[in-house]
Design a protein around this ligand. Structure first.
Ligand code: MRU
Length: 345
């Protein structure tokens, strides 16, 4: 499997997820401004991946700094943090990673480290955030495999795979974990309009792994639940509030309600960096509204009348009561989530 994001010398290289599956094109980022643009324009996307990308972007910005004194270096670092924090609002992993880098910087500054020492420390912290994310996904896969029956048809929404993380994936980590245990898993991938992360990215990476995958349009999930085709649902998350309310790709809420109506278990898989215990419930999670063109067009083809009014909320919030369990690297957390999450913090 190709790495989602990696160092190439002191530049950052990432696969351009807007172009997949038609083309495997790579984008090289040599400045923090280019890194920020890559996040905003969805060259890289997925909550854990954008957190890792921001951390690496801060290390890149630091490495390229010409500052001679720590005061100027600190001012540049803060500016870069602000730039990256303004890229996308919903996934808390972005802010978690920036906070981790700030803490590392503060520790170094407190210890009186030189600019060069601070640069080395920031690179080290970013690398740790990257590697920890892969390790978390693998642990999610190991825990999550337990909830997958020996033979199962699993529905997933959006892309919560290797491409959305530093590697292996969260929801797709659960699927990979089950397959690695010898379970017979067939995956239904919701296409996930408007950006088509399911059809383009989930299908692409699962097929590369030889996992049985079928793409459906989003409006087919209910009918397939009704006919007994789907055994369980597993999705990723962009932000999980203290009470378990979960923000994830638009359409997740509809799938959760359908799953509840049909008695089908609905699992959320996410690293601990997605848990936002400072947000009591889903009502205050900021929901990104993206541009109208994603809705009026499919690829370069216009599918809505010119001038049509459009809404494009990129995420929705699934209330905790629809969620069977939240799977993190720390284990399987069940309702009441405020207690089960706080107990693991
Ligand atoms: O807009 P995107 O593609 O960044 O949205 C991604 C999702 O909603 C994913 O499901 C979520 O980030 C979890 S990724 C492990």
């Amino acid at each position: 499997m190709l790495p989602t994001i990696a160092w190439e010398g002191d530049a950052i290289v990432m696969v351009d997820q807007r172009k997949l599956p038609a083309t495997e094109k790579y984008v090289t980022c040599k400045t923090v401004t280019v890194v920020a643009k890559a996040i905003t324009t969805m060259v890289i996307r997925g909550a854990p991946a954008i957190g890792v990308c921001a951390a690496m972007g801060l290390a890149l910005g630091a490495a390229r700094s010409k500052a001679t004194g720590t005061r100027q270096f600190a001012a540049e670092f803060q500016k870069n943090c602000d730039l990256l924090a303004a890229t996308r609002p919903t996934a808390v992993n972005l802010f978690w990673a920036i906070e981790g880098m700030k803490q590392s910087f503060a520790e170094g500054a407190h210890a009186g480290e030189s600019v060069d020492q601070l640069k080395a420390r920031l690179r080290h912290t970013a690398d740790r955030i990257h590697d920890d994310d892969v390790a978390s996904c693998r642990a999610i896969g190991r825990h999550g495999a337990a909830v997958v029956p020996a033979e199962a048809c699993v529905l997933t929404h959006c892309n919560a795979g290797a491409l959305a993380t530093a590697g292996y994936g969260t929801a797709l980590g659960v699927i990979r974990g089950a397959v690695e245990c010898g379970k017979k898993v067939a995956v239904l991938a919701d296409e996930t309009r408007p950006f088509l992360q399911g059809a383009r990215l989930t299908a692409w990476e699962l097929m590369k792994d030889g996992i049985d995958t079928t793409v459906i349009t989003d409006n087919m999930a209910g009918a397939l639940m009704r006919t007994g085709t789907i055994d369980l649902v597993v999705v990723g998350a962009d932000r999980i509030a203290a009470n378990g309310d979960t923000a994830n790709k638009i359409g997740t809420y509809s799938v959760a309600v359908l799953a509840k109506a049909h008695g089908i278990p609905f699992y959320v898989a996410a690293p601990w960096s997605t848990i936002d215990l400072g947000t009591p419930d889903g009502s205050t999670i900021p929901i990104e509204e993206r541009n109208a063109r994603e809705v009026t067009h499919v690829g370069s083809t216009q599918v809505a009348p010119t001038g049509a009014r459009v809404r494009n909320p990129s995420f929705d919030v699934t209330p905790a009561r629809y969620i069977t369990a939240i799977i993190t690297e720390r284990g399987i957390h069940r309702a009441p989530f405020d207690a089960s999450l706080a107990g693991q913090a």
